[in-house]
Design a binder for this molecule. Structure first.
Ligand SMILES: Nc1nc2c(ncn2[C@@H]2O[C@H](COP(=O)(O)OP(=O)(O)OP(=O)(O)O)[C@@H](O)[C@H]2O)c(=O)[nH]1
Length: 683
């Protein structure tokens, strides 16, 4: 078996907005390097990138797919990441294991904003990245606008990148279409050639000025990090290609610049130059490892999990980046034996006996190991992992077949392992099982996985709002007597209760002020249980909170009294007393922080007010250039689909964090409507 040494491997993530052509680019990369003989496409659902049935059905990537190929004797492993914001967690988890990322985008200037959160993550993690402007044919619809549109795209990218944007190529348009490009490093022009590498052609005379300007831009950006190049530029010396490539490699490797390439992935145009640039300029795995503080060592093995899969056959595969050492199949990591070592190509696996530092491979059956975990022989290291996104959308779920409930718990655990941005909980009040995630499609895809992989069809509905109720007025000396005679000895309990409202958030409080043993000590717990049971469902039909109940008086029977009878007496007293206490409906209020580019702040404020929110203020989001954070209180009842509206108002990039803050009275007309629609308020 041919094993590459460190330096002969490149791990590249393919990332970028939804449907920008990432899977098409991967297909093209695999095709031009001979890894596949026939290209698939998203329409026909036969790509390596979108290998799962959920992805194929939707013609979109729903999880990370790995594929390897060789080019110029270097092994390239590509991670094709989903573009949809709802599957962003996949992308973040994968990105931490690569040496560089290709950001694929479309040549539409007013959509570059959708790249902002991705650029932010890449910058925060210092992940070297370059841009591939795909579908460049769409920007070059006539010869004269081809160059100016390209310049506009470069400027749009500059407006969202904190790193300098450096054009690496310049387009050549002819008769309403793009026919080639000029490499700004070598100043060599090329014409695209279907099914073959681009043909070198003389630099078109009419583009010399534009080419020179774009090249100058590139050189000036590079010179900001290289004094020698700066001196050459000042002396008007033309630097040679070798020197420029050296700078590009150093500056891309250190995540100081963002080079920009162009192409048409579906026609393989611009794909070979992209590969050549990756070969020459992308950092080697050891450089990445060093930047993460991992020192190379042959003995120590350190790997990190980038993605967890359960195969259609039910086996667990953990896609890992080997940061350090040589890993053999059968080795023990974190006390768990590696059971199978594979190279992945979509769902196809190729068995390996060992793999070296810098490779991305899949390991079999690492039970108990999660995405993001660091594994070593002696558990001595823990590398940073990507943050887990806050859940923003929920559905209540239930198995279609009642007796599937036990099966559901273990299946949910598995799909959560595959996708750490899912969370599930059983709600304490409503008893619903709530599945939380990043949006409607995200949850639908997860539920399809449950059905397909685990034969678990589920029903869904929007979760109930966990309303509660409380009281406005006190009631005192409420009498409850339970007396029952049914053969044998009877049942007797007799209590007097005071019921009082408590300040909001105080909860429930029970005390007894019994003197002289009129209710014997052993029956008092029964009274409290009776009160508590009643409060599970108050007069409006919801759990009662912020109430104090005091047992003030009562009587007993030496034979017939029991804890059970006092429980019943307490319930009767509560039923009678609470009817006099003016019950009010309470709703949960969330404290929400909404993040969006500043140009959308007024829309965010409108969204909050339109959802009965109370705006607390807004300010610049720290470390996010051009973004605001709006802080507000919003009723939970209004939050259910708020992410859908927020995304539609903010080109898909707005997001929020929320947490439960408090309960608050529901305003009167609305409370009536809630009680009508929930069918409550009748007991
Ligand atoms: N005109 C044109 N269409 C393209 C090109 N590349 C991809 N497409 C089309 O764009 C659509 C999306 O392509 P994909 O490769 O599936 O996009 P993606 O970025 O992988 O999608 P997600 O991963 O779901 O975000 C498909 O219909 C492709 O056929 C291109 O270079 N030119």
């Amino acid at each position: 078996m041919n094993h590459k040494v460190i330096g002969a491997t490149r791990n590249i993530a393919i990332v970028g907005p939804y449907l920008s052509g990432k899977t098409a680019l991967l297909e093209s990369l695999l095709s031009v390097t001979g890894a596949i003989t026939r290209k698939g496409n998203a329409k026909d659902g036969n790509t390596i990138g979108d290998s799962s049935p959920e992805a194929r059905d939707r013609k979109m990537s729903t999880e990370v797919n790995a594929a390897s190929t060789e080019y110029e004797n270097v092994r390239f492993t590509f991670l094709d990441c989903p573009g949809s914001i709802e599957f962003a967690q996949e992308t973040l988890n994968a990105l931490i294991g690569v040496d560089a990322a290709i950001v694929v985008c479309e040549p539409v200037t007013d959509r570059t904003l959708t790249l902002a959160p991705l650029f932010k993550f890449l910058d925060d993690w210092e992940i070297p990245h370059l841009v591939f402007v795909n579908k460049i044919d769409r920007a070059c619809t006539d010869e004269t606008t081809c160059g100016s549109n390209f310049t506009n795209i470069i400027n749009a990218l500059k407006s969202i990148s904190s790193r300098p944007i450096v054009p690496h190529q310049y387009p050549i348009g002819h008769n309403e279409k793009i026919i080639g490009f000029i490499d700004l490093v070598t100043e060599q022009a090329y014409h695209y050639h279907p099914g073959a590498p681009a043909d070198p052609v003389p630099l078109p005379e009419h583009l010399k000025a534009q080419e020179n300007e774009a090249r100058q831009q590139m050189l000036e950006e590079l010179a900001n990090f290289d004094d020698n190049l700066l001196a050459e530029l000042l002396e008007e010396i033309n630097p040679d290609a070798e020197e420029i490539t050296r700078d590009l490699k150093m500056e891309l490797g250190a995540d100081l610049i963002v080079p920009v390439f162009i192409g048409i992935a579906e026609q393989d145009f611009g794909v070979r130059p992209l590969l050549s640039a990756l070969l020459r300029e992308a950092p080697a795995p050891e450089t990445t490892a060093q930047r993460r503080g991992v020192i190379q060592s042959d003995e120590k093995v350190t790997v990190q999990v980038l993605k967890t899969y359960y195969t259609p056959q039910g086996g667990k595969l953990s896609l890992v980046r080997i940061w350090q050492g040589t890993l053999a199949d059968g080795a023990t990591l974190n006390g768990i034996r590696v059971n199978g070592l594979y190279r992945l190509n979509g769902w196809q696996t190729q068995s390996l006996t060992h793999a070296k530092a810098g490779e991305i491979v899949a390991l079999g059956r690492l039970e108990g190991v999660n995405t993001g975990d660091t594994l070593t022989v002696d558990r001595t290291k823990s590398l940073p992992k990507a943050e887990i996104l806050s859940p923003v959308y929920a559905l209540a779920i239930a198995p279609e077949k009642r007796n599937d409930e036990v099966k559901m718990t273990s299946a949910l655990a598995k799909i959560l392992e595959e996708d750490p941005s899912l969370v599930w909980q059983q709600h304490g009040d409503t008893h619903e099982i709530i599945l939380w995630g990043q949006g409607e499609i995200h949850l639908k895809v997860s539920l399809e996985r449950l059905r397909r992989k685990y034969n678990l069809p589920m029903t869904t509905h929007l979760p109930q709002v966990p309303y509660k109720e409380t009281i406005r007025k006190p009631a005192s000396a409420i009498h409850g007597r339970y007396k029952h005679q049914s053969g044998g000895h009877g049942q007797f309990g007799d209590v007097y209760l005071d019921i009082q409202p408590q300040p909001r958030g105080e909860g429930f409080n029970f005390c007894d002020r019994i003197v002289g043993g009129v209710v014997p000590k052993q029956y008092i717990p029964g009274v409290e249980i009776g009160v508590r049971e009643y409060l599970d469902r108050g007069p409006l039909g919801f759990p009662v909170v912020d109430v104090a109940v005091t047992l003030t008086n009562g009587s007993y029977h030496s034979v017939d009294s029991s804890e059970q009878a006092f429980k019943q007496a307490a319930r009767l007293a509560m039923q009678e007393g609470m009817a006099k206490c003016e019950s009010v409906l309470l709703e949960p209020i969330a404290k929400v922080e909404i993040h969006a580019p500043k140009e959308f702040t007024s829309k965010v404020l409108q969204l909050v007010s339109g959802r009965r929110g109370q705006i607390l203020g807004y300010e610049s989001k720290s470390n996010w250039k051009g973004w605001d954070t709006v802080t507000a209180y919003v009723p939970l009842a209004e939050m259910q689909d708020s992410i859908v509206e927020l995304r539609s108002q903010t080109m898909g990039v707005g997001f929020f964090h929320w947490e439960f803050d408090r309960l608050q009275e529901v305003p009167e007309p609305l409370a009536k409507r809630v009680l009508l629609t929930t069918g409550n308020g009748k007991n």
